[in-house]
Design a binder for this molecule. Sequence first.
Ligand SMILES: NC(=O)C1=CN([C@@H]2O[C@H](COP(=O)(O)OP(=O)(O)OC[C@H]3O[C@@H](n4cnc5c(N)ncnc54)[C@H](O)[C@@H]3O)[C@@H](O)[C@H]2O)[C@@H](O)CC1
Ligand SMILES: Nc1ncnc2c1ncn2[C@@H]1O[C@H](COP(=O)(O)OP(=O)(O)O)[C@@H](O)[C@H]1O
Ligand SMILES: [K+]
Length: 499
Amino acid sequence: MKLFSAEQIRQWDAFTIKNEPVSSLELMERAANACTRWIVKNTLADSYCIFCGKGNNGGDGLAIARLLYNANKTVTVFILESATGGSDDFNSNFNILHHLSAIPVYSIRSEKELPQLPPDCIIIDALFGTGLNRRLTGLAATLVEHINSFRMPVIAIDMPSGLFCDQSSLGNPIIKASHTLTFQVPKLAFLVAENADFFGQVHIMDINLHPGFSEKTPAKFHITDSSLIRSIYQPRKTFAHKGNFGHALIIAGSTGKTGAAVLSTRACLKTGAGLVSAHIPRQSLPIIQMAAPEAMAFPDAEDHYITRMDYEPDDFSSIGMGPGIGKELKTRFLLRELLEKIKKPLVLDADALNIIAATKGYLKLIPSKTIITPHPKEFSRLFGDTANDFEKIELASSKSMEMNIIIALKGHNTFIAHPNGAGYFNHTGNAGMAKGGSGDVLTGMITSLLAQGYTPEQSAVYGVYLHGLAGDLAARDRGMESMIASDIIEHIGNAFKQL
Ligand SMILES: NC(=O)C1=CN([C@@H]2O[C@H](COP(=O)(O)OP(=O)(O)OC[C@H]3O[C@@H](n4cnc5c(N)ncnc54)[C@H](O)[C@@H]3O)[C@@H](O)[C@H]2O)[C@@H](O)CC1
Ligand SMILES: Nc1ncnc2c1ncn2[C@@H]1O[C@H](COP(=O)(O)OP(=O)(O)O)[C@@H](O)[C@H]1O
Ligand SMILES: [K+]
């Protein structure tokens, strides 16, 4: 699914008005109807306090007020006055409402007019939407803080007021909504961790914007959805043999972190590679053979960590390196040797990335189309700090293009930057996965897909989606608190079945 900017959404509204055709006021009525249906169905209250600005977001608020009143609800409207007049559609809805004397309408012109509200009402925030063009200050900011001081649930229309769609709002006054009813498509602002306190649960209101616009308009960012994954998926052929699905090598583990090697290797096996081998420290040999009997093992010459390749790396279809390897000097040298020798893309995670970040000259050795899977800290070690999440996304995108690598920046809504400039946000996964070992599982899964012949771009997008889906199924079965990384592996099979 394409992720459009506020400006593109404005163009999409205009395109719909021209090409459907439909009047702007009718489109607002459609939006207000969708919101009102949701509100009536999902809230049990009888009383609603609606705060409106004087743009089209406020126009939505006025139309919702009228529709809720028609549904026999008690409605009170507060209008934040501004020096400029209302938008055309705001004014039209204001005139309609004016004739319904049963709906009280109050103006807020100064702090003295900030209202007290009945404790059983639901607050509807229609102050500002996608038209926000600067941070809120003055009376608007004070009103936002005033609304946030109430304990009643707040339903934001389109955007929580004060939140920018496509840029950081860090430190700004913003409505803290329990629910956001947003029009047609999700917004970038709802995908980043720094905004988590503001939008609550996001619900998409389908207002039938014209499909012609989204089909022909390119977008830089996308949300990975099941239809994209189904288009990537290659079913296994009936007469296939193990040679058709590649030979994956996992280079992982050191004493005390053999579990990382076990998790990556098992996840790699469970994701469909034809053959899986694990290069582990010598002492880990019995452990890996017990925990993953289907995998072959290359025990290192060294007991406790990895130091030497006794194989040709290009003989493998894919190699994933990093989970639990530590940062011993000899392991660093081995990583350098691998980076210099291999002619194929790699999967690099965890300590492989920490070694690269800490050792001068390693970063530029990363082979083209390699997939790196840093969590935010590993990302900062590699590429430096950023002031906010939006800059982090831009930095991931530009580094991916500059270095011709795929960067999966892990977290809730993992962001995957492709070297052609496109970016994919993943929406599967849950906070039950915020535990040691989950990332090791992801490395094994992506390495497995790469071995099977999926392109590096496909392997990253597909692997991250499947990993999150397996995590969601694990959470459903075991609960977010109790699920562990091994449970994600146990649910990879069911995740495949759900595609
Ligand atoms: N036909 C359409 O274009 C549709 C628009 N819709 C609604 O329209 C909204 C966008 O409407 P608008 O473009 O009128 O914008 P908004 O209603 O979001 O706000 C814009 C108004 O606020 C002012 N403003 C912006 N930032 C401010 C700040 N920091 N302090 C004080 N004033 C500020 C602007 O000058 C303008 O007057 C959407 O979010 C959505 O709710 C929906 O009704 C669907 C259809
Ligand atoms: N709150 C969350 N929502 C969704 N996915 C999450 C969440 N927390 C963690 N994850 C996922 O779990 C994995 C954690 O990886 P990482 O931080 O490298 O853990 P580790 O190195 O301990 O294995 C990532 O794929 C991440 O996207
Ligand atoms: K709003």
